[in-house]
Ligand binder design. Sequence first.
Ligand code: 3HC
Length: 286
Amino acid sequence: MGVVGCGLMGSGIAEVCARAGYATVIREVNSDLLARGLERVRASLDTAVSRGKLPEAEREAALGRIKGTTSLADFGDCELVIEAATENVEVKTRTFVELDQVCAPHAILASNTSSIPIVRMASATHRADRVLGMHFMNPVPVMPLIEYVRALTTSDETLEVARRFGETLGKRIIVSKDRAGFIVNFLLIPYLCEAVRMLEQGFATREDIDVGMMLGTSYPMGPLTLLDFVGLDTTLFIADILFDEFKDPRFAAPTLLRQMVIANYLGRKTGRGFYNYERGEKPPSR
Ligand code: 3HC
C-alpha cells in the first residue's frame, strides 16, 4: 500500500490500512510534516486502544507496518496507492504523473479527492483504466464508509479489486459516477449551506439549529458543529466546485461562510468557527 499525503485524511487512511495488516508506505513533502502525520497516527492508535477498539499488542504491530518517506520513488513495490494530497488539481495531476512513472504497470492508483473529477487524474497517466476515486470520510478510522468513484476510463476489474480491498478494511463501499460532489457531498453541502443561511438570516440560534438536527433527526452532530469539524475552508472549496459545475443556487456558498473563511474562522483547526473553542465554548451534544 502507498499513501500520498500524511495530513488528516492521509494519516487516517494509512492507519486503517496498517490496522488491516497491509505494509504501508506514506509520503509527505518534508520530514517535519511527515513527523507530525506519523504522530497523528500514533495518537489515533492510542485512542483506539484506550477505547477498547484495538488490542494493545496490535498498536505496535500496526505502527511497525507503516514506513514514512519523503520520496514517491519508494512506491515502486506498491500494489495500490491512494493519493490524499492537497485538494488542488495541479498538485494532484502532477502526483499522478509521477506515480505512473514509479509504480509497477499493474498497480492501481486512487484519489481521495472530495470534488475533483477522477478522469482529470486518470487521463494524466498511461493506465487510465486502473485509476479510480476512493473518498474516505472524516474521521477515517471511525467512519464505516468509502465512496468509490468510477471514472469514464475505470475498468470493471479495477473496481472489483478495489472493492475487495476496501472490504478488508472493514468499510462499506458505495459507488458513484464521476460527477462533482459524488453522492455524499452532493447531498451534504446544500444541507450545510442551508444551515449557515438560516443562521445568517437570524432565523434561529446556532445551538437550536444544531440541536434540531441532532435530536430531531439523530445526526451525530448538528450542521454547524459538523462544519467546524470538517473545516469551513474545505466546505467552501467544495461548494464553489459544485456551483461552478452545476450553476445551481443550492450550491451557492452563503456570504457568512465566505467571510468566516476570509477571517480565518475555519472551525476546530483554527480554534474558532461557529463556536469559539479558544474561549472554551462547546457545541451542543446529546
Ligand atoms: N479508532 C477507532 N475507533 C475510535 C477512534 C479511533 N481512533 N476514536 C474513536 N473511536 C470510536 C469510539 O470508541 C466510539 O465507539 P463506540 O460508539 O463503539 O463507543 C466512536 O468511535 C465514537 O467516538 P467518540 O465517543 O470519541 O466520539 P463521538 O461519539 O462524539 O463521535 C464522531 C465523534 C465520530 C466524529 C461523531 O460525532 C460523528 O460521526 N460525527 C459526524 C462525522 C461526519 O459526518 N463525518 C463525515 C464528514 S463529511 C466528509 O468527511 C466528506 C468530506 O469530503 C467533506
